[in-house]
Design a protein around this ligand. Structure first.
Ligand code: ADP
Length: 265
């Protein structure tokens, strides 16, 4: 697989009047084209900081970022590729219809051409929201709202999805199905995705590879490729397999053992 993004020895600290808060410590990892990478770590360890650096909202104090081998440290990925960001809440505007919500990103970028409009309508159709295009967000279920948020992100045709705990506002039963649904849609389009989560089961169920971060300041404690013989579209089935339990137990041990060493594989 083609190498898309590479972080080398990235460190970052916040500075304010009270002093310094180190958030990231010597982070290195790579992401390949088409890969679904989950990043897990304790709450407050620096996961959102890491996404902000990848998105180019923050510049690392130390270390470098490369996109397809090109140096992008102080410019961020957004300067060379289209980044589609899905935040923790769906941020659908109640005063806009679903259609008006999903075209918002294109409007803001002044890219609402007839061709893009058709693409958005085809996405609404493909993912079952076309009949709801004139409804208000509050008239939709949590799962449908997430789909709408994903379509809004897909509308700009991103090369890389940055998913910052996008399922955290959903109740746990809905979350299981919605997260599998969204991940399946992203996979089927062969897009690359970075999912930030503190939910280990979610990471193991959805990702091709899981990166475990330590508590703050975050360093990479473990990288683990995840492979299942079962199809990923069945999240409950996946969670009942021996493979799932094995991955979960290994990662859980790394996550909860602050002394564990850094290794990959
Ligand atoms: P996570 O996403 O893993 O919960 P964050 O990346 O949001 O963690 O934050 C990492 C640490 O940096 C936290 O301890 C947080 O309090 C601190 N932090 C985040 N943003 C700022 C800021 N703007 N100024 C100072 N400290 C911050």
């Amino acid at each position: 697989m083609e190498l898309l993004l590479s972080l080398q020895d990235v460190s970052y600290a916040y500075h304010n009047l009270k002093g310094e808060t180190p958030a990231l410590s010597h982070i290195s990892f790579e992401v390949s084209q088409g890969e679904f990478l989950a990043i897990v770590g304790p709450s407050g360890c620096g996961k959102s900081t890491l996404l902000s650096i990848i998105a180019g909202l923050l510049t690392p104090e130390q270390g470098d970022l490369f996109y397809k081998g090109q140096y992008i440290t102080d410019r961020g990925t957004d300067s060379v590729m289209r980044v589609g960001y899905m935040p923790q809440r769906d941020h659908l505007f109640e005063w806009r219809t679903i259609y008006q919500n999903v075209i918002l990103g294109l409007e803001l970028r002044h890219e609402l051409t007839p061709e893009r409009r058709d693409y958005v309508l085809s996405l609404l159709d493909e993912y079952g929201l076309y009949p709801f295009r004139d409804k208000k967000p509050s008239e939709l279920s949590g799962g449908m709202r997430q789909r709408a948020a994903l379509i809004r992100t897909m509308a700009i045709r991103p090369d890389l999805f940055l998913l910052d705990e996008p399922f955290s506002a959903l109740d746990s039963q809905t979350r299981l199905n919605v997260s599998a649904d969204i991940a399946q849609i992203i996979r089927s389009t062969d897009k690359t995705a970075l999912l930030i989560t503190h939910d280990l089961p979610e990471a193991v169920t959805l990702a091709d590879r899981v990166l475990v971060l330590s508590k703050r300041p975050a360093c990479v404690k473990r990288e683990m490729p995840i492979r299942f013989s079962l199809d990923r579209s069945d999240p409950l089935g996946i969670r009942n397999t021996a493979e799932y339990r094995l991955y979960f137990n290994q990662l859980w041990e790394v996550l909860t053992n602050e002394q564990s060493e850094i290794h990959t594989g």
